[in-house]
Design a protein around this ligand. Sequence first.
Ligand code: DGY
Length: 319
Amino acid sequence: MKPVVLVTRKLPDAVEDRLRQDYDPILNPEDALYSSEEIIERAKGADAILPCHTEQFTAGVIARLPESVRAIANFSVGYDHVDTEAAKARGLIVTNTPEVLSDATAELTMMLMLGAARRASEGERLVRTREWKDWSPSFMVGTQVTGKRLGILGFGRVGRVVAKRARGFDMEIHYNDLQRMPPELEEGAIYHETPEDLMHHCDFLTLHCVASPETTKLLNADLIALLPDGAIVVNASRGVVIDDDALIAALKSGKLTAAGLDVYNGEPNINPEYRQLSNVFLMPHIGSATKETRDAMGFRALDNLDAIFAGREPRDRVA
Ligand code: DGY
């Protein structure tokens, strides 16, 4: 008998094809967003669940999952939607999909940085609405990216790929993380011991930290005040790392020139004030949304499931 796997969202065709070969999948061809109650109900008889970050596995949900469920193999690198302590306590194995989405997320980060600096939202709107009337030396003047200082808060896999790409724009890389990286990972990036120290060196600041109680609202009014006037902030990690009220106030006052955001508190119901600001470049959480990366995420989740059901330690175990 093949293990039964509950898949919570529509996965790429190639991933579902491989899933069918080795497992008995419960699929979601409509890509419906299930409530926790529906997940618990649909998991009846399942040996494992393959969810996305859109499903919440709180301690309460984990406690009510059917006894048959042995593993949660996430289709995501972030796993802040899973209460890993509760999972451990129940003996559930939890995995994620690191590495495979670093390039796609770094690409999107560069797009946010460029889009915010060069006023992409405003420009696109002008062309689409036929409000574009003229060319002039003072029309749509933005901020140059080339040669500027880039601060990276969280120098993990994604942060380091962003640094590589940004070097192509001759940017000077500064970073903060819990620990200083070895020279081969730093590749000349300048370490700052605290987020506060880092802020002074950021013409651009990009956030690549994991969501945790420690990083919740990390970018708050105090930290923003330490940024150089006119800095640009980019976030493609998780919305919780930003205090929205503080960021919005800084974008309104001119303390910050612009922001590029792909992730939000409460997404998709984001703080409505962002929609009113012309100096924010807004994307709908698509950091990993390339065909190559979504296939790779699915295959990585399946590699983890294969290991679990073969009695081996999965490569990407997080609980
Ligand atoms: C991730 O993998 O964490 C992305 O945010 C998509 O879920």
